[in-house]
Design a protein around this ligand. Sequence first.
Ligand code: FSX
Ligand code: SF4
Ligand code: SF4
Length: 318
Amino acid sequence: MKDEQKLHEKQQEKSGVSRRDFLKTLTGTAAGIGISQVFNPAVVSAMKSGLKNHPVLWIQGQGCTGCSVSLLNSVEPTIAKILLDVISLQYHPTVMASEGETALENLYRVAKQEKGRFSLVVEGAIPTAANGKYCICGELDGKEITMVEMTEKLGKMAGSVLAVGTCAAYGGIPAAKGNVTGATGVMDLFKKAGIKTPVVNIPGCPIHPDWVVGSIVHLLTKGIPELDADGRPVLFFGENIHENCPHLDELDNDIMAKTLSSVKGCRMDLGCNGPNTNADCFKRKWNSGLNWCVDNALCIGCVEPGFPDASSPFYEAK
Ligand code: FSX
Ligand code: SF4
Ligand code: SF4
């Protein structure tokens, strides 16, 4: 067995998500998907033959590109493998080589060709104030295309939409108090425009790469995953951080952390939002299974619809 594969299996053990879990998910019964299993060569090749490079169009509105960076940071095997072998990423403003009208023409050509089949990924919020002029995605035939227009037009043509990141799902940071740009998430935009295409929210600021890849795999192999009341896959957002936190016993015994860097102690007095937050970070961990927010600081509730206002000010007892 290669060293990198061994390391990988160790990371899987640490994160509590086994290869069996993933394979069971693919066959219909289990509760967890790990990116490492998604990238298992056997799974990749099975998906490759069955999925035939599913077209994905990735557009960006008001955001920081943090979710793309988080996804692209997947360590091993690289995200390149999934992008090149499993899905066919036809448009991504940050990573594609093409630009300007050529890129936009290609975007709409693929959307037309693959109508009803392609998945649209939206990253970043959509500003609706001032006729959408706060976010211009490009020009076609001398006409500016706003993020509102682009999201609605492609959204109607797509087979499914993934709202990636809290900004795309619920408005997130651009929609924070004040919100002069009228920033909104995809579901709200679609509701107002009467667009019925199914939307899967994958919040997180940024997203965990597993949440995105796992949702895409689920979508392509088994259809839309079961969603909670906030439109998130229950598979990744069905458990409460606080109820599963390794510091819960300490809270019960009144052992409280005095500083964010304390190894021991519950972070509630420092402003932890774990009790109001549903995500599987406590077992999935971040940085290839090495650590997570509560190890090094606390949970700021980045996957919740009210983020960031609902958990602000950060680092203050609630
Ligand atoms: Fe993500 Fe950015 Fe947070 Fe939002 O593009 S890191 S949700 S600021 O939209 O990527
Ligand atoms: Fe709950 Fe946060 Fe304390 Fe963990 S650190 S037990 S999530 S309040
Ligand atoms: Fe977001 Fe909390 Fe998970 Fe950190 S632990 S990624 S703040 S939900």
